[in-house]
Design a protein around this ligand. Structure first.
Ligand code: ATP
Ligand code: MG
Length: 261
């Protein structure tokens, strides 16, 4: 994968005129499309690997695998972030390359939670509410797709935790809360839930590509090209991939209170 990608890029990268540039742009676009399913395919591979090994060994001793996957996915992310490609597209208003200069985190959070709730409804037949708090007029520059993905993954996890905790109980499921804060140095988006949290023994593993408490992990024969393959949990990469996205301009932190959320 890496080899064919790099060698082709090398052939076209030292563009001398606009035509060369356009050709290079087309090439990078084609690479992007060709590798649309790579993350899901890798997740299947990791799952097969996990089946054959003791989870304790897998999570504690396989740093190389995690480092490799971090680097592998990060390089894919790098291709996506290439401003070069986006600069050749007609830029919609407020966009510089792939960066949207006036993105509303409240709006992104709303869209991402609607998507996650729809998935939860489809899978469980009901879904906890998601309440979003913050200044609706606040905007900041960011890559919209990355923000959407990170919030979606976190809300998907929260909805699953709350839903599984409350689905057999008489109590009404408490809402997932998203708080958007505009600080002097940072923009922070906090997703919190009352889904019971992650036990302390699980915390060191949540950023690895092998940890999940999903009962029905991704089916090896599912069609990765369709949205049918997407379930509430089971790919094992929601948190680690979101952190890679976050590393581009910030960070992702998880704080758990076992027994609460
Ligand atoms: N908000 C949360 N509350 C409780 N447990 C959580 C929460 N978020 C994550 N977890 C735990 O961390 C594990 C790993 O989360 P991660 O998103 O990386 O993978 P996943 O949800 O199992 O699968 P997928 O890759 O499809 O998202 C989950 O299986 C779950 O046990
Ligand atoms: Mg998840």
């Amino acid at each position: 994968w890496g080899l064919s990608k790099n060698s082709k890029q090398k052939q076209t990268n030292d563009g001398k005129d606009t035509n060369d540039e356009k050709e290079c742009t087309q090439m990078i676009k084609a690479i992007k499309v060709r590798h649309n399913n790579v993350v899901a395919m890798m997740a299947l591979g990791v799952q097969r690997l996990k089946k054959g090994m003791d989870l304790k060994i897998a999570c504690e001793n396989l740093h190389e695998i995690h480092q490799f996957l971090d680097r592998f996915y990060m390089s894919g992310l790098g291709i996506r972030m290439l401003q070069h490609v986006e600069l050749h597209n007609p830029n919609p208003p407020h966009c510089v390359g792939c960066i949207h200069t006036k993105i509303s985190p409240m709006e992104v959070a709303r869209n991402a939670s609607e998507d996650a709730r729809a998935m939860c409804l489809r899978e469980y037949g009901s879904s906890p509410d998601v309440n979003i708090y913050g200044d609706p007029t606040f905007t900041f520059p960011y890559e919209p797709a990355h923000l959407q993905l990170m919030v979606f993954e976190l809300v998907r996890n929260s909805l699953r935790a709350v839903q599984e905790r409350y689905m057999d109980s008489d109590k009404v499921a408490p809402p997932v809360r998203i708080i958007v804060a505009d600080g002097i140095e940072d923009v922070t988006i906090k997703v919190s839930d009352e889904g019971g949290g992650i036990p302390r023994s699980g915390l060191p593993n949540i950023f690895t590509y092998l940890y999940s408490t999903a009962q029905n992990p991704l089916d090896e024969h599912s069609d990765l090209g369709t949205s049918e393959a997407v379930t509430m949990a089971g790919y094992l990469y929601g948190i680690p991939i979101s952190r890679l996205y976050a590393w581009y301009f910030g960070d992702l932190q998880i704080i758990s209170m076992e027994g609460y959320g």
